[in-house]
Design a binder for this molecule. Structure first.
Ligand code: NAD
Length: 363
């Protein structure tokens, strides 16, 4: 298994080797100002699928680090969910508000086209449906478009459903019952996914404490679901049964871990553990059950995959429901193997890739 947190060689090829990527494409176009990186981590199971993010990175090195980490996560997410997809991701370097043009996006689309389907892109941070339409003008290798364009539409409700399933499985492990009735749950970030997740939790009778970066959204959701709204930093100090990170990554870190009073962590945010090799074991030591992020937030990818193979939202939801069983399996395995759930999940994903790689070795 590749442990990536402590990079021993920070050169470009050193990083690529350490993360074990198959291919990294640096895209540059003088005319449009395009600077992008496409990371193709692993295509043993199928084409590398993952969104394109546009972000004003502090440095090119940060952009490379982001695309390498994100595309690796996509490999594991697809593999553990039983999908025939590899892991990929792309970043466009620049300010999404001021530097995005039709020409730049279409040029980027050409780079995606040149990969002949080895990489399939989708929407991510800093990109809109309109932007994806521009990319689609140059390449058919775009997924997750709106239903009106023949796509699978907003993945957030499916992601929320999967997160809910994973949370219930983790609750069963921690409390002996998967019922969330009366459980106190702290939801950090009530945007697209967090908002849909709240519906499931409230329907089951959970008691919610929530926060959001946007004050108006926070108050709106608190009023709608009769929840307690707290400040951004206060969320870590709540006396709750479950902490659900649904905003940004790395919220489980050296500053927050000792403040958490929950028995379960289950949320939709990507890369929740700042350092999986440090904070994964640290949660086990504290008796906190962690539902691996890339496993329980896979509903959105499952939804996009159903678009790629011609399935329906109904089939995506039924596949997403299995996240409950997958989470139970991973949590039990982690316990048996004396490791932490994130590591057990990565191991399981890698085992599927290794096994199916052998199947494919015959022409
Ligand atoms: P979103 O932008 O709709 O919602 C995120 C919310 O978090 C926003 O309301 C934002 O104001 C809030 N937020 C930002 N910083 C915060 C902070 N420090 N404290 C509290 N709130 C904060 O995004 P989303 O689509 O709901 O995705 C949420 C997370 O789930 C992201 O990490 C995303 O990468 C991940 N994810 C989303 C999907 C999906 O289908 N949308 C799939 C897989 C993973």
């Amino acid at each position: 298994m590749v442990e990536i947190q402590e990079l021993t060689d920070t050169s470009v090829f050193g990083q690529i080797a350490e993360h074990q990527h198959e291919q990294v494409v640096f895209c540059h176009d003088h005319e449009t100002g395009l600077k992008a990186i496409i990371g193709i981590h692993n295509t043993v199971l199928g084409p590398a699928l993952g969104g394109t993010r546009m972000w004003e990175y502090a440095s090119d090195a940060d952009a490379l680090n982001d695309v390498l980490r994100l595309s690796r996560g996509m490999t594991y997410k697809a593999a553990i969910s039983g999908l025939n997809l590899g892991g990929g991701k792309a970043v466009i370097i620049g300010d999404a508000k001021t530097q995005k043009t039709e020409a730049l996006l279409r040029k980027f689309g050409r780079f995606v086209k040149n990969l002949n389907g080895k990489y399939i892109t989708a929407e991510d941070v800093g990109m809109t449906t309109k932007d994806m339409q521009y990319i689609r003008m140059e390449t058919k290798h775009v997924a997750g478009l709106p239903e009106s364009m023949g796509g699978s539409g907003d993945p957030s409700p499916v992601t929320a459903f999967g997160t809910y399933m994973g949370m219930k499985a983790a609750a069963k492990k921690a409390f002996g019952s998967d019922s969330l009735a009366g459980k106190r749950i702290a939801v950090q970030g009530v945007g697209h996914v967090g908002g849909y997740l709240l519906e499931h939790l409230i329907k089951e009778g959970a008691k919610i404490v929530l926060t959001d970066y946007y004050e108006d959204r926070k108050l709106e959701m608190a009023a709608k679901y009769n929840a307690v709204a707290v400040g951004l930093d206060e969320i870590y100090d709540q006396e709750v049964d479950i902490y659900s990170p649904c905003a940004l990554g790395a919220t489980i870190n050296n500053d927050t871990i000792d403040r958490l009073k929950c028995r379960v962590i289950a949320g939709c945010a990507n890369n929740q553990l700042q350092d999986e090799n440090v904070h994964g074991p640290a949660l086990v030591e504290r008796g906190i059950i962690y539902a691996p992020d890339f496993l329980i937030n896979a509903g959105g990818l499952i939804n996009v995959y159903s678009e790629v193979i011609g399935g329906s939202r109904k089939s995506a939801l039924s596949q997403t429901e299995k996240i409950y069983d997958f989470t139970t399996e991973v949590l039990n395995k982690a316990e048996q193997e004396g490791t932490h759930p994130q590591k057990a999940a990565i191991r399981q994903a890698e085992q599927r890739i290794a096994a199916l790689g052998k199947v494919k070795s015959t022409y």
